[in-house]
Ligand binder design. Structure first.
Ligand code: ATP
Length: 892
């Protein structure tokens, strides 16, 4: 018999599991061993060997290898072997860079892999969905992605969207009854939830009946989601630029060769020099270095609790001009404690801290016993019953599983001595209408021991007031009139103005055995009992983060489902609300079109009592005003806004799978300050990429120009092919990588956001590349000419001097690249990787020059001490000129 036809009780046996305590660790271990991980097979991966060989498929590298082979055949063994060795080392470097980028992207995927709620050894916990085994008991609710194929054993208004499997986008209601049809289609299996489908409403529990490739999803291999393109706009731009640079480098190289030949150099020497120059000058490694820099930046972000799910977001982060953030949990601590309770004109306060269920109740400053306060009791009992969360004691600590708002309601009732388990002996919950942030309410249909039926509703007080017709006042139910309504509103405003989050409790009796079909039917004509007000303190670090964002030209907007006055109070505490800025509520927002909202949106800092669908409107209005918007969210309904935002941000702790999947960035700690940290890192990564683009290209320009000018001046070759290749490998490679790891300049968050349309060479980068490249070329040539003219017979020595000058000029210039301003504006030795890279390059250069066995390979001669003065003097000229012109501009 198949699982969809089986009674629930039989399934327990068939799968050798226990619905009340789940599998034991032993069973899990055994099942993992026999069935393997709950994974879908990924496609074939590129093997390491292929990746290594792909490093040599570049056309110019192949030409170089061919040319080298010819020179080897002509008897130039040493040159040939040395060049091939350098090309191979270069290949290895490229290989390791690409491997590293690939690995870190894979690690990222693992980190953002979904987690599931599982019952094992009698305890609910979270595990990566990869570790699910057959027989596991899973719990899921609105916004969760189902981790494996499960037979449903508990359903509370459960609805699941199965379009990934069936193509049908309307959600299907799921129940626990057996199906009689022996061979239903996937779309008709109403008691099964399939791997990869999404819970859109309600909640449920299921037992796993298939995992991995045995699931329905696993069987449709073609439907596996293909990986999204991870290329960032900058990578694309650099790739285009790369093509242009290749042509330019090739043209110049041809020019060098042609002029060289015209000036009387022999064709073969010029050919090899030209090809080496082309290999060195073409920045073919640039995209790989950019990827490495991006992925290193991504790793840095992980350390700051931000996971980048889409690589392009790293760049977009640096352009963000507005952050729209939720309040609860992101700007506040989400550790709620009820402190005030109001009912029928009376106010109670309660003390205690956190989830510790210990505290006393007071009225008018006097201690009172809850058992003497009828309305208070009623409010506490219903707040505990109409609740989805659980509080468990671990040692001395109380741990909450569920929504902190509901946790606070559990704790306030426990302080009065109530226990949910005992209440459930007295009341039976017949049906539940789950909370959603659009309705801002949750209701249950309950029956007490005397057989009386009630609807109990809890939710936003102003919303509940709108659907209530009566109120409990002095122990009696009275019709709500204008006067009492005004009193309730006053009470709500009074609580909210103290930055308290408010939840009202209401109820209504219903005739026994009626079936309440919809929440709309349940949530009307209620009797309001009272309001509980809870504190949710702001996170201490957020105020500073908001201020830093402001300084960086980034506006912070609070978007919350909470009450306008509560939101205002918290926004003011955090420095989001200023004298000039406005507060909008959901109702006002609904009345505006996107165009109308565009007119005013710049002035609004707080949107309160909004529904998730309003978020999309806000994103659109801000984007139409030219903003780059980061938008946070956690629920299913937030997904469209998260997707539409330039940087969709999902909460790692409270976020649903749907929100996470729509997002580009996940905050592991749900903290607003983490968004700021990620933006700072995003800006820095972009700047670092600019830094090494600047360094590499200026170096290449220098290398080409020294050869070109030498040919034009009818001089011998100032640098030999092997020397050029060496510079390309050592001097260009290592320091460029180190620039990618540079720390942010201290002003990185003190200037406005970058325009997303900014080109690679904007903000003077192009000029810097050309002017510095030109100077590096000139000083190298000058060093060569001076020595060569002194003694034209010592060509090797002049070439060694040119080689050393080029290397030194680049290694000094690399420190300029750390700052957009000048070398003087930062401590030049602040980046220890760079210092390390420069020192190693220097040592390697000295070895090549002074180590006798290598001298014939690189055609070098030991440099005399006095000539080092010339080399150092000339090679520091470009940096001095730059620093001087910067100082001059500053004093002007
Ligand atoms: P944010 O969007 O900043 O996270 P929020 O958490 O207050 O704000 P919602 O979760 O949409 O936004 O809640 C809106 C309102 O609904 C709250 O102000 C509260 O009054 C009410 N509410 C919140 N949680 C519940 C719940 N579990 N049951 C009933 N009502 C709730």
């Amino acid at each position: 018999m198949k699982f969809h036809e089986m009674e629930i009780s039989k399934i327990e046996k068939a799968l050798e599991t226990d619905f009340s305590s789940g599998l034991s660790q032993e069973q899990v271990k055994h099942r993992l061993k026999t069935n393997g991980f709950n994974e879908l097979d990924a496609g074939e991966k590129q093997s390491a060997l292929l990746l290594f060989f792909s490093q040599f498929k570049d056309f110019m590298v192949l030409v170089l290898l061919a040319a080298t082979l010819i020179s080897g055949l002509l008897g130039e063994y040493i040159d040939a072997i040395a060049i091939i060795a350098i090309v191979i080392i270069n290949g290895f470097l490229g290989f390791f860079q690409e491997r590293r980028a690939e690995k870190s992207l894979e690690a990222l995927k693992e980190l953002s892999a979904p987690q599931v709620h599982v019952l094992r050894d009698g305890r609910w916990g979270k595990i990566p969905s990869k570790e699910i085994v057959i027989g596991d008991i899973l719990k899921f609710s609105s916004g969760d992605r189902i981790g494996a194929d499960v037979r449903i054993i508990e359903s509370k208004s459960l609805e699941i969207e199965e379009s990934a499997l069936t193509g049908e986008s309307l959600p299907v209601a799921k129940h626990i009854e057996c199906l009689t049809n022996p061979n239903p289609g996937i779309g008709d299996m109403e008691n099964i939830a399939f791997m990869g489908t999404m819970v859109t409403r309600g909640s449920g529990v299921g037992v796993v009946m298939a995992t991995g490739m045995k699931t329905a999803m696993g069987q449709i291999a073609g439907l596996l989601q293909s990986a999204e393109s991870q290329e960032t706009p900058l990578q694309r731009r650099l790739e285009q630029l790369g093509k242009i640079l290749i042509s330019v480098a090739l043209m110049l190289t041809v020019l060098v060769v042609v002029i060289g030949v015209i000036q009387g150099h022999d064709i073969y020497t010029m050919f090899l020099a030209g090809v080496s120059l082309a290999v060195a000058a073409i920045p073919e490694g640039l995209p790989a270095i950019v990827t490495v820099a991006l992925s290193l930046g991504v790793q840095k972000m992980i350390k700051k609790n931000a996971i980048v799910r889409k690589l392009p977001a790293v760049e977009t982060l640096g352009c963000a001009s507005v952050i729209c953030s939720d309040k609860t949990g992101t700007m506040t601590q989400n550790k709620m404690t009820v402190t005030h309770l109001w009912s029928g004109g009376q106010t109670w306060t309660v003390d205690g801290s956190g989830y510790q269920p210990k505290g006393n109740f007071y009225k008018n400053g006097q201690t009172v016993l809850p058992k003497d306060e009828k309305a208070l009791q009623q409010m506490l009992i219903f707040g505990m019953l109409c609740n989805h969360s659980e509080l468990t004691k671990k040692g001395e600590e109380y741990i909450l599983d569920g929504d902190p708002t509901e946790g606070a309601l559990l704790v306030s009732a426990m302080k009065a001595g109530f226990q949910r388990k005992k209440l459930l002996d007295e009341f039976t919950i017949i049906h539940e209408f789950p909370f959603d942030s659009a309705r801002k309410m949750m209701s249950i249909h309950v029956k007490d021991k005397q057989g009386r039926h009630f609807i109990v509703t809890k939710g936003a007080p102003d919303v509940l007031l709108g659907v209530s017709e009566a109120i409990l006042w002095d122990g009696k139910s009275q019709y709500l009139n204008k006067d009492t309504q005004a009193k309730v509103k006053d009470a709500i405003n009074h609580l909210a103005s103290q930055a308290l989050r408010t939840i009202a409790i209401a109820y209504k009796p219903v005739p026994a055995n009626t079936v309440i079909l919809s929440e709309h039917e349940a949530e009307k004509k209620l009797t309001l009992i009272g309001i509980q007000g809870m504190i949710d303190p702001p996170r201490p670090e957020v105020r500073k983060a908001v201020a830093e964002c402001k300084e960086a030209g980034i506006k912070t907007v609070m978007i919350t489902g909470d009450h306008v006055i509560t939101a205002k109070a918290i926004a003011a505490q955090l420095g989001i609300l200023t004298k000039k800025s406005k507060v909008f509520d959901g109702e006002a927002l609904s009345k505006l079109s996107v165009e109308e909202l565009e007119e005013v949106v710049e002035d609004v800092s707080v949107f309160a009592r909004v529904s998730p669908e309003h978020k999309l409107k806000i994103v659109n209005a801000l984007q139409n005003r030219g903003h780059i918007v980061a938008m946070t969210g956690d629920g299913v309904n937030d997904a469209p806004a998260i997707k539409a935002a330039d940087i969709g941000v999902a909460m790692g702790i409270t976020g649903t799978d749907v929100a996470k999947e729509a997002s580009a960035l996940v905050l592991l700690d749900d903290n607003f300050a983490t968004i700021k940290a990620a933006i700072k890192e995003g800006r820095n990564i972009y700047e670092n990429i600019r830094k090494f683009v600047r360094y590499l290209l200026a170096s290449n320009v220098g290398e080409i120009l020294v050869m070109l000018f030498a040919m034009i001046l009818a001089l011998p070759l100032p640098l030999l092919p092997i020397q050029i290749l060496w510079v390309n490998l050592v001097t260009d490679g290592l320091p460029a990588m180190a620039l990618g790891l540079d720390k942010a300049e201290e002003n990185v968050m003190k200037r406005g956001p970058r325009s997303p349309n900014e080109g690679v060479f904007s903000r003077g980068l192009g000029w810097k590349v050309i002017s510095r490249g030109f100077l590096i070329g000139i000083v190298t040539l000058l060093a060569f000419i001076i020595i060569y003219h002194n003694d034209p017979k010592q060509l090797d020595y002049a070439q060694t001097i040119a080689f050393a000058t080029l290397v030194m000029a680049q290694l000094i210039h690399v420190f300029d690249c750390r700052s957009e301003r000048s070398v003087l504006s930062r401590n030049p030795f602040g980046n220890q990787f760079l210092v390390g890279a420069v020192v190693s390059s220097l040592i390697l250069m000295l070895i090549v020059i002074y180590y006798p066995p290598l001298q014939p390979v690189f055609h070098t001669l030991p440099i005399a001490a006095k000539d080092w003065l010339l080399i150092i003097g000339l090679s520091s000229v470009p940096t001095f000129l730059l620093a001087g012109s910067f100082l001059l501009r500053k004093t002007k």
